[in-house]
Design a protein around this ligand. Structure first.
Ligand code: PHE
Length: 341
């Protein structure tokens, strides 16, 4: 009996020793210690052993089982540790490897300009009013002192939707809505799309304006000039100043074109300012009394100034874009280069 047990033990330990994986170990465990295992069979045969031999045989069996289990457990641990090590090796991350670049979106240049201007104006106490793109003739022209057959209507080639309705040619239409809805003091800017039948390197049939309107007691052209100087310094740089040139708009009197000193050459003359040292940026003026009166505002008490800024033009100047089409083509190679926010 002793020899038999010894044989089982040696065979088991040898098999465990040469086992090459967890599966093989499980097979050995079943073959020796399992229900139908060889060692289990010895225990089952105990009834045929002489009673006084039984304790001894029992002890040999136990010793053998312990030895087999011990070696099995050691081997299992070893294989598991190796498997874990292989897993770590496989999943190793090289933190020094360059990261994949993710594509970052940004705002359209005109939106960037609009946001910058809105921020400057709101910091000066302006409210933002957004009008509608479809207007009727009254708001876009008549109320702005441009009645039918007024020659100034030719300044803006209009898209009519019907004899009455049109796509607004200027955000100035919003001035009237604001003055009808609000009593002075009024201080609003109004950004939005405008439409004119116009198409070349610097004009697009749809473009964006930002209108400004201030109505209060004692407002003069000086207030306009003072505000514009602050504005252009914030927008184009500390050393930039403005100059006013006489112009004509039916809804302002006097009317002016506003130039900024060239922020590229600082007045010396360059290609951006076409050698003049100045760049035209917007139209403005003192609100025509007829316009205020038409909105029920007492011109003995109140006066105002208004201005209209073309945002595509500002974006083109600021970011060195030479053709307005580049702002409408959605070419990411162009748009990606302009990130001011
Ligand atoms: N509405 C004018 C234009 O589109 C600009 C402007 C606005 C001029 C307000 C004076 C005052 O050309």
């Amino acid at each position: 009996m002793r020899d038999k047990i010894q044989q089982i033990r040696e065979k088991a330990l040898a098999e465990i020793d040469k086992a090459d994986g967890l599966e093989k170990l499980n097979d050995v465990r079943a073959a020796i210690l399992g229900k139908k295992g060889e060692l289990t069979a010895v225990l089952k045969g105990m009834k045929d052993v002489a009673p006084d031999e039984r304790p001894k045989v029992g002890q040999w069996v136990n010793e053998t089982r312990e030895a087999v289990e011990k070696l099995l457990d050691e081997k299992v641990k070893k294989f598991e540790a190796e498997a874990l090590k292989r897993k770590y090796e496989r999943e190793k991350i090289d933190v020094t490897m360059p990261a994949k670049r993710s594509q970052k979106g940004n705002l359209h240049p005109v939106t960037q300009v609009k946001d910058q201007l809105s921020e400057i104006f709101t910091s000066m106490g302006f409210e933002v009013y957004e009008g509608t793109e479809i207007e009727n003739d009254y708001y876009n022209f008549t109320a702005l002192n441009t009645p039918k057959d007024h020659p100034a209507r030719d300044m803006q080639d209009t898209f009519y939707l019907s004899p009455e309705f049109l796509l607004r040619t200027q955000t100035s239409a919003g001035q009237i809505h604001v003055m009808e809805a609000k009593k002075p003091p009024i201080k609003v800017v109004s950004p939005g799309k405008v439409f004119r039948s116009d198409d070349d390197a610097t004009h697009s049939p749809m473009f964006t304006q930002m209108e400004g309107l201030v109505v209060d007691k004692g407002i003069t052209l000086c207030d306009l000039k003072g505000m514009l100087d602050q504005l252009v310094k914030k927008m184009f740089g500390k050393n930039v100043t403005t100059r006013l040139r006489p112009s004509y708009f039916p809804f302002t009197e006097p009317s002016v074109e506003v130039d900024v000193s060239c922020f590229q050459c600082h007045g010396k003359g360059c290609s951006l300012c076409k050698g003049t040292g100045w760049i035209e940026v917007l139209g403005a003026g003192v609100v025509n009394k007829k316009v205020l009166e038409g909105c029920g505002i007492d011109t003995n008490e109140y006066s105002g100034f208004a201005f209209g800024i073309g945002l595509e033009r500002i974006a083109m100047l600021k970011y060195g874009i030479n053709n307005i089409k580049l702002l409408f083509e959605s070419d990411l190679r162009v748009l990606d280069q302009i990130d001011d926010n």
